[in-house]
Design a protein. Structure first.
Length: 211
């Protein structure tokens, strides 16, 4: 999934991408992936490591077609409260559940919010803020433009690393360490093959590309 310094790399369960900086492995990386990788846990791990997630958010499902989604509810993490579109505020429980219950009974917006007899209930992910930010960025096209521009390159790199003559490669070893080393060697070989295809030559004591 990540890439560093312009080199294609691959994580154990990810796809290749591109780095934001130079060849320094300590520089922030851009992690590219489709919505299957858009979980709050993975986004949190990427953010905690100081990297950037360029991952398509999972689409939200409203309980009522065309009705309110979780993003229509305002969350105040400091106060530990959640406010619904009708302006009702409830506390967020220790397990991050917001229960509106009887507040929904006579709410004029109920038909746009829930069909549940006991009212609307939200379960918030511990990384709810990251998920909301990703959806907002995607809707504003910033994240989407970056994703669309680079995703084809990611898919092509995946195919080059994970297949040989049209057939899916299988792991050769038992254990993460040996397979990781094999993956690094294969990635380096694929990069070298691509560079040779671009007429990589040595000139004046340095490697240069003809194109």
């Amino acid at each position: 999934m990540p890439g560093a310094g312009g080199q294609d790399g691959a994580g154990p369960a990810g796809t290749p991408g591109r780095g934001d900086g130079g060849g320094d492995q300590d520089e922030p990386l851009a992690w590219y992936g489709d919505s299957a990788y858009g979980t709050g846990d993975l986004r949190g791990a990427i953010a905690d490591a100081g990297h950037r997630a360029v991952i398509k958010p999972k689409p939200l499902q409203a309980p009522v077609k065309g009705g309110f989604t979780i993003d229509d509810f305002a969350v105040d993490e400091q106060a530990g409260t959640v406010t619904c579109p009708a302006g009702n505020t409830v506390p967020l429980s220790r397990t991050r559940v917001a229960t509106f219950g009887v507040l929904c009974r006579d709410c004029p917006l109920r038909s746009f919010c829930t069909t549940c007899k006991t009212g609307r209930k939200l379960v918030l992910h511990p990384r709810d803020g990251l998920l909301r930010a990703a959806r907002a960025d995607w809707a504003a096209t910033g994240l989407r433009k970056d994703y669309t521009a680079w995703r084809p390159n990611v898919e092509r790199a995946i195919a080059q690393v994970a297949t040989f003559r049209g057939r899916r490669l299988k792991l050769r070893y038992r254990g993460v360490i040996k397979n990781h080393a094999w993956l690094k060697r294969r990635t380096a070989a694929v990069n070298l093959r691509n560079l040779i295809g671009k007429d990589l030559t040595r000139r004046g004591g340095a490697w240069v590309l003809a194109t």
